[in-house]
Design a protein around this ligand. Structure first.
Ligand SMILES: Cc1cc2nc3c(=O)[nH]c(=O)nc-3n(C[C@H](O)[C@H](O)[C@H](O)COP(=O)(O)OP(=O)(O)OC[C@H]3O[C@@H](n4cnc5c(N)ncnc54)[C@H](O)[C@@H]3O)c2cc1C
Length: 283
């Protein structure tokens, strides 16, 4: 049967493609089903493009401080659109790299959305693929909203990291909800590109999942910056909108009042959730 494999993997992100390589290395015929681009969130809208943008941000910051080091680089002009386009190229190159790895390891890549069927079968369009040994589900996650505080992503004034990575221009101001690794990265990036960033965190400290030394280093760094505010506190985050803008409110445990913090964009990054809607269901 042409559509029969030892192992079928659903999802071509880091979990899926690495699993596919290992499965093939162990001598099993392997198929990888991916509905978007190979590499998943990490390569296309996660780790890789954010690191490319962070590198641009780092260069901008270095140049601004260059005079201190005896190098006069003149007035520093930044263009987020150019940095964004570069980050897209880096992501595409990496996705092609994953494609190459699939060929090299003789993994069959099937483009499309997989739907689980009874008996270790997966349907993609009109084709049915059967796994002799196992179906591995590696469908990852997607951004989740904050409906409990009235926040829906409208992709214009309220955006998630997915949209932030494709902005053509750095907004004049931005409120970022969530000071975990990703929120901090975006604060760093947009600050370097001239955006006034307000960072709002519900827990008492920024980078709440990291060691206290890392949190302290983050605070020290942030305080050196101009144009970046941070409010860590009790989770009273609320976004309201007026005239196409978003107003963020939050009161910090230390008494800092973030009320009225405004952003042209309110980027909210309160975490991710398992892909529930598009999770492959058993039919
Ligand atoms: C902005 C951002 C920055 C990040 N930075 C880092 C970082 O610096 N370091 C780090 O370690 N992690 C980082 N992460 C987290 C990292 O991206 C994830 O941990 C990682 O992508 C998870 O891999 P995964 O394979 O489980 O899922 P995903 O990468 O989500 O891959 C799942 C894949 O499955 C596909 N899929 C879903 N359903 C189906 C279906 N039914 N049929 C076919 N295909 C399907 C999706 O299209 C997707 O390609 C970051 C995340 C974000 C959002």
């Amino acid at each position: 049967m042409a559509n029969s494999f030892d192992v079928i993997i659903l999802g071509g992100g880091p979990a899926g493609y690495v699993g596919a390589i290992r499965s093939a290395q162990l001598g099993m015929s392997t198929a990888l089903i991916e509905k978007e681009k190979l590499g998943g969130v990490c390569v296309n809208i996660g780790c890789i493009p954010t690191k490319a943008l962070l590198h641009s941000a780092y260069i901008a910051s270095l140049l601004r401080e260059a005079k201190e080091f005896g190098v006069d680089a003149g007035a520093v002009k930044t263009d987020y659109g150019v940095a964004m386009q570069r980050s897209r190229k880096v992501s595409d190159q990496n996705s092609k790299g994953v494609e190459y790895l699939m060929k090299k390891n003789k993994v069959t890549v099937v483009k499309g959305t997989g739907v689980l069927q009874p008996g270790r079968k997966v349907k993609v369009g009109n084709d049915v693929y059967e796994a002799k040994k196992a179906v591995l589900i590696a469908t990852g996650s997607r951004v989740k909203g904050l409906p409990q505080i009235g926040l829906e992503i409208n992709k214009t004034t309220v955006i998630s990291s997915d949209e932030a990575l494709f902005l053509e221009k750095a907004p004049a101001s931005m409120a970022i909800i969530g000071a975990g690794a990703v929120g901090m990265e975006f604060a760093n990036i947009f600050h370097a590109f001239g955006t006034t960033v307000t960072l709002i965190e519900a827990l008492p400290r920024i980078l709440p999942l990291e060691d206290v030394e890392v949190q302290k280093a983050g605070y020290r760094r942030d305080r050196r910056r101009e144009g970046e505010e941070g409010h860590a506190g009790e989770g009273q985050g609320h976004l309201g909108g007026r005239g196409g803008r978003r107003d963020a409110e939050g009161r910090g445990r230390d008494g800092a009042d973030g009320r009225g913090s405004r952003g042209e964009h309110g980027e909210y990054r309160p975490g991710r959730m398992r892909r529930a809607g598009d999770r492959p269901r058993l039919h």
